[in-house]
Design a protein around this ligand. Structure first.
Ligand SMILES: CC(C)(COP(=O)(O)OP(=O)(O)OC[C@H]1O[C@@H](n2cnc3c(N)ncnc32)[C@H](O)[C@@H]1OP(=O)(O)O)[C@@H](O)C(=O)NCCC(=O)NCCS
Length: 250
């Protein structure tokens, strides 16, 4: 499980053959709200203003401002001028970054935002705090594979079962987000009931005859009471875990 987070400033270049995973702590960004807003396009500002819950608004606007800052830094473009489109199923993408091909994905939960960046094909990331009141066995029975559900049922300790459920959930959501279909695709089309995952091959199949799509999934330790995972199309890429330098936005 990956666990080494480094505060870093300025952001290093994104090498081919590596993945950068940035963590933003919303609590640290509280005094910078105006700065975030000025980094968004008018349509993103409108989008942000439509969130009724302050936390959801902050997830979107802080995440998008930091994403624009990182992409601007890597491409040499003004962060505000970068075109971010959405795929058929809503996955944000930026196909033309001054000749650079950079895939990214964003995830948020409570006070934490993660941004993954890669030059090596699609990436998906997910984070979920453990303390959500979820009927985990009900969710598992309706959405997980039989193997995953029975492996959860076999865990006697309720807290361990709860945390294991979130490990499985974040692995699955990372794969679905790398694929780009998100929760429209079936959570039960692949199995993630392994002890601990590090660049573990997972084949996502819609049917038995389907060749499917191969992803490599790793658990992440995010330094908080949460499960997190990242999925990539290729194995063997080192994942650099970096804390976003908020002074970049001053
Ligand atoms: C993507 C999805 C799994 C997000 O789940 P979630 O747990 O609520 O949220 P997360 O924090 O993990 O991720 C949210 C981020 O994922 C990204 N995202 C959105 N749609 C995505 C997709 N289809 N694939 C990958 N990433 C996606 C966005 O960057 C979003 O953050 P932002 O809105 O602040 O930019 C879920 O919303 C989904 O399945 N969406 C796709 C299907 C759908 O409803 N499409 C409707 C729009 S066409």
């Amino acid at each position: 499980m990956l666990s080494d987070w480094k505060p870093i400033d300025p952001p290093p270049p994104l090498e081919a053959g590596e993945v950068q995973l940035w963590r933003i702590d919303l609590a640290d960004s509280a005094g910078l709200r105006d700065r975030f807003t000025t980094l968004l396009t008018p349509s993103e500002q409108l989008h942000a203003s439509r969130y009724r819950l302050a936390q959801a608004r902050d997830h979107f606007s802080v995440g998008r401002a930091c994403l624009r800052t990182l992409l601007g830094n890597l491409s040499g473009l003004d962060p505000r001028s970068i075109t971010i489109t959405t795929g058929v199923h809503g996955k944000p993408e930026s196909p033309n970054l001054n000749g650079h091909s950079i895939a990214f994905n964003v995830a948020h939960s409570k006070d934490t935002i993660l941004i993954a960046l890669s030059r090596n094909g699609p990436v998906g990331v997910d984070v979920e705090y453990f303390d959500r009141p979820t009927d985990i066995m009900d969710v598992a029975k309706h959405n997980f594979t039989e193997t995953e559900t029975s492996s959860l049922e076999a865990i006697a300790d309720a807290e361990t079962r709860h945390r294991t459920f979130y490990r499985y959930w974040t692995r699955k959501e990372a794969v679905l987000k790398a694929d780009g279909r998100g929760l429209i695709a079936s959570l039960a089309s692949f199995d993630v009931s392994f002890e601990s995952l590090h660049q573990h091959p997972i084949r996502m199949r819609e049917s038995k005859d389907d060749q499917g799509k191969l992803f490599f999934v790793s658990d992440l330790t995010v330094g908080i009471e949460a499960a997190a995972a990242i999925a990539l199309e290729s194995p063997d890429y080192p994942i650099k875990q970096l804390i976003f330098p908020l002074n970049l936005l001053w």
